[in-house]
Unconditional design. Structure first.
Length: 253
């Protein structure tokens, strides 16, 4: 159901990320967790069964400190921290914080956002700027209009600019505006969202000659699709993807 609405789902435990990044877990918190890790298995399991039991069960850690742990980590984070402290009783506070931050999912989220948007920020900004220039040309004097449109067309023709049409095509396909078979949808998304030729072509680890051959075959396949049986909207997307694979083959050559 969500395939049309999202491209990648990254689970994030916001409370853990906030506690770790903001430095809210203190050495005293860590010692309290270490004490809880030393309790008997049955008692510890009872305390971790619910937030109410965690606060109400008699424990060597006072209720105020346990409430603070709940506010900072919730039961999931407490359980996670205790498990690591049981495995490494002398684990330092800083290392525990690092593990909690990794478990929050935030590092993966940050990496995913950078891979999808950060490395393409210049292309996206350039597309916005070119759009403004084109709009300015439409309302300006004829001489300026011809000059600006000529400059815009020369920039759009460059291989580096093709990333923006690819992103637009991928958005149309993944949101269902343009219907394509599932395998073709995945191919468009890979081409638009990564620069790794092996990942794009579904051939990780292959040598450049094999990757180049696969890129040429993909370009030909998309060209044939555009010219034979595709709807007008599918053909527009297919032509963009064809050029993307053609440029990829050139880069690999």
């Amino acid at each position: 159901m969500l395939r049309r609405a999202v491209c990648d789902v990254v689970p994030v435990v916001g409370l853990l990320a906030e506690t770790a990044e903001a430095g809210l877990l203190t050495a005293a918190d860590c010692e309290a967790l270490r004490t809880l890790a030393g309790l008997g298995e049955e008692k510890r399991a009872l305390m971790l069964a619910s937030a109410g039991l965690f606060l109400s069960t008699e424990s060597p850690v006072d209720e105020h400190q346990r409430r603070r742990l709940l506010e900072r980590l919730d039961l999931y984070g407490i359980h996670f921290a205790i498990a690591h402290l049981q495995a490494s009783p002398h684990l330092a506070t800083g290392e525990l914080v690092r593990l909690l931050f990794a478990a929050s999912g935030f590092p993966r989220l940050r990496t995913t956002l950078h891979q999808i948007f950060g490395v393409r920020a210049d292309v996206i900004k350039a597309g916005w700027a070119l759009g403004r220039l084109d709009a300015a040309a439409a309302s300006g004097p004829a001489a300026d209009r011809d000059l600006l449109r000529g400059a815009v067309e020369s920039i759009v023709a460059r291989p580096e600019y093709h990333r923006l049409p690819l992103l637009e095509a991928a958005a149309q396909v993944t949101t269902g505006q343009v219907a394509l078979p599932e395998a073709m949808e995945a191919e468009v998304a890979r081409l638009a969202l990564t620069d790794d030729a092996g990942v794009v072509l579904g051939l990780p680890g292959e040598a450049r000659p094999q990757l180049r051959r696969a890129a040429i075959e993909a370009a030909a396949r998309w060209r044939a699709f555009a010219n034979g049986g595709a709807t007008p909207s599918q053909a527009r997307v297919a032509n963009v993807v064809h050029r993307g694979f053609h440029l990829l083959a050139q880069r690999l050559g």
